[in-house]
Design a protein around this ligand. Structure first.
Ligand code: 5RP
Length: 239
């Protein structure tokens, strides 16, 4: 298998994130190819250093990977707060506002990130944007019977919605909750992400959307040369 510059960047970000874990921490375990590097490195630290951590997975995929690499798991029923949540993103703005959900896990990812004292996003440079919505669609998780009215409402909000299909099955992608995903594109990006987020969340039948605003405390940007840069929202002190 060939290793691409993207792989090196994702691996660098993932491994830097895994070094943030310390004994006794409860961690949110994100979903996606970048976070997978972090989970693999955390698993190695558990096995080789005896690092004592527990993880709350954000998807069936993250749960299966965590079990495979040997990270002990827990749930939000058992822990009140998470020390640190690690996750990827599809877009990161200069203010560290995010679009997430290419992996259709954004609803659980948001629940987990919201419980964390520190939410660290792991990306390669291709995810950095000046304006949200210029590169990625906003995923909206919908109750299947509400899909058509929600899509019509998303058009009225200025978007171009498309029901996410396929990915190894016939028909719509089905989330871990049994919902469907509508991806909404905005031709020139999103003018007011907070207002858009509120409007989408208010639509009957919408479980949640992939706009994560004001949630990330840091972003680790892995570079193709293996270095990692840490960004924080302007004016935020280092933890
Ligand atoms: C899944 C997500 C992922 O974290 C996001 O899509 C980034 O994935 P990757 O690291 O594979 O590019 O939000 O719902």
């Amino acid at each position: 298998m060939t290793t691409t510059a993207d792989d090196i960047a994702k691996q660098a970000a993932g491994e830097a994130a895994a070094r943030l874990a310390t004994d006794g921490m409860c961690l949110g375990l994100g979903t996606g190819s970048t976070t997978a590097w972090a989970l693999a490195a955390l698993g190695r630290r558990v096995q080789e250093e005896g690092l004592r951590i527990r993880g709350v997975p954000t998807s069936f995929a993250a749960e299966r990977l965590a079990r495979r690499v040997g990270i002990p798991l827990t749930s939000l029923d058992a822990v009140e707060r998470l020390d640190l949540a690690l996750d990827g993103a599809d877009e990161v703005s200069p203010a560290l506002d995010l679009i997430k959900g290419r992996g259709a896990a954004h609803t659980r990812e948001k629940v987990v990130a919201a419980q964390a004292d520190r939410f660290v996003v792991l990306v390669d440079p291709s995810k950095l944007v000046d304006r949200l919505g210029t590169r990625a669609a906003v995923p909206v998780e919908v109750l299947p019977m509400a899909t058509s009215p929600v899509m019509r409402a998303l058009e009225r909000l200025g978007g171009v919605p498309e029901l996410r299909m396929g990915q190894g099955k016939d028909g719509p992608v089905v989330t871990d909750q049994g919902f469907w995903v509508v991806d909404v594109r905005f031709a020139d990006g999103i003018d007011d992400p907070a207002e858009l987020g509120r409007a989408i969340k208010a639509l009957p039948g919408v479980l949640d959307h992939g706009l994560f605003l004001g949630m990330a405390t840091e972003a680790l940007i892995g570079r193709p040369d293996g270095t990692v840069e840490c960004l924080r929202p302007a004016g935020t002190p280092a933890p």
